[in-house]
Write a protein that binds this ligand. Sequence first.
Ligand code: ISL
Length: 575
Amino acid sequence: ETTRKWWKEATVYQIYPASFKDTDGDGWGDLKGITEKLPYIKKLGVDVIWVCPFYDSPQQDMGYDIADYEKIWPRYGSNEQCYELIDKAHSLGLKVVVDLVINHCSADHKWFEESRSSKDNAKRNWFIWKPAKGFDTSGKPIPPNNWRSFFGGSAWEWDEKTQEFYLRLFASRQPDFNWELSEVRHAIYETSVGFWLDHGVDGFRIDVGGMYSKDQSFPDAEVKDPNAEFQDPLKHFANGPRIHEFHKEMHQFMVDRVKDGRELLTVGEIGFGTEQDFIDYTSAKEKEIGMMFNFKHVTVGEDPAFKYKLVPWTLKDFKLAVAESFQFINGTDCWSTIYIENHDQPRSVSRFGDDSPEWVATSAKMLAVMEIALTGTLFVYQGQELGQPNIKGWATEQYEDVELRGNYEYVLKQFGPNSKEMKLFHEAVQLISRDHARTPFPWTPESPSGGFTSAKTPWFELNPSYPAINAENQLQDPNSVFHFWSKALQVRKANKDLLVYGYDFEFHDLDHDKLFLFTKKYADQTLFAAFNFSSSETEFKTPVPGKYTQFFGNYRQPDNSSVLRPWEGRLFYVE
Ligand code: ISL
């Protein structure tokens, strides 16, 4: 059985600073806005806030391109305001987790400016520089290998001044650090980890945590798509050769740096790997990270070779993928996470529920019931507590995410505007764009900016759903998704043995295409959970003999029948 820890039982609320609350009228959210809204977050009943990057940045990738790890981006406020936010959160009993973005930084970071200044600069090798493979007939340099960037095109960026390429797995101005050098790693730990531990944070969400260790031969990736100029390189750096050594070292740095005995929450964005990889990262005795995010369930229905191409999927795929995120911890000293939304994912009610006016609230509540019933640390993303749906009816041009734009350019160049590939791209944007999660938070139904800002134009348009789906309306309505989430979190706390720490998870009727049924245990207690992923009534069977007592569900009138109503979820004790 797993050791109990505060961070295993906690629910984390994820905040996207650009879009949470603007207090100074510049159209961008800010740290003061977060501080102002802490009572709202507290009311929801979470225990921790995770604030996405607020550091100084040219914002090519919404702050995941950091120019100075120790300074707040001026539009978000000052360092003092950040320390105030941490203090205020602590005084309300909320812990604070910050984003640790250290696979890469911004090209504006002073280390990169030094590194690119000349081939013999002392920091040249702090980043990954390679000469061109050659030059094509028009004199254009050919990248060192065929790796594709996550954000479209080559993963290598040509630097005119020193006539070499630098590696950037993400945006063009997001150079990857060279983690092979101990000097680089310690400089990173000092500025990004040490600095913020000294300022009292309670932990880190570790961005791109599985990709620091690249295959040092930088081989060409296997050609999976013969029509494409660049290929999927994931296997040459995902969970690479030295990754566990690096995490152990960073963990030790954290332990040595914390002077007041506080225990940190660390969660790694790992994405993909084998069960053994997940065990290696999160096993307590390995001393690496506390828990990790798996991407399996949030990428169901996306082509693994290219995310902006949807493929058919079944409920069974989703069920298996959800279970993959925590089943590996059974009987081990590992831990994991529960999440279905974040700033890189669309809205769960549109993706896995039903966002039609008739079922949007019911299915959002059902997904809440599902999440509180699963084992692991629960993460809720801003707006999820309102059942906010995806953006509807925008043309691709209205989306602004750098990942989307980069891949759009790529499809346009490679296949053309009227190709079948482009048609599939537009379709995928409507369902899975990261921007669905990034529109300003709808505080009120007021036009034009839903209480988010007093500026005429917010940095990004609001989701057109805000007059109907917003915090003010939901706070007034006792049957709202917000109040339901808050109740659900209380139920999770009151039943934490079974819900948070339950083990021996088992599917029932796994092949059923509407029902998600499972049992799990804690000591002599048994939970049965039943969910109807459809808008039609669906009969279910109780899987084991016993007395079933329903203790939570998303319909107001409990029902003793064995028929689940549309998008109904129920939790039972089995005796
Ligand atoms: O969005 C994705 C999954 O569908 C990935 O391609 C994503 O870019 C990857 O998971 C890494 O994400 C993190 O680092 C990126 C940043 O754009 C994301 O917002 C961040 O979560 C680069 O720093």
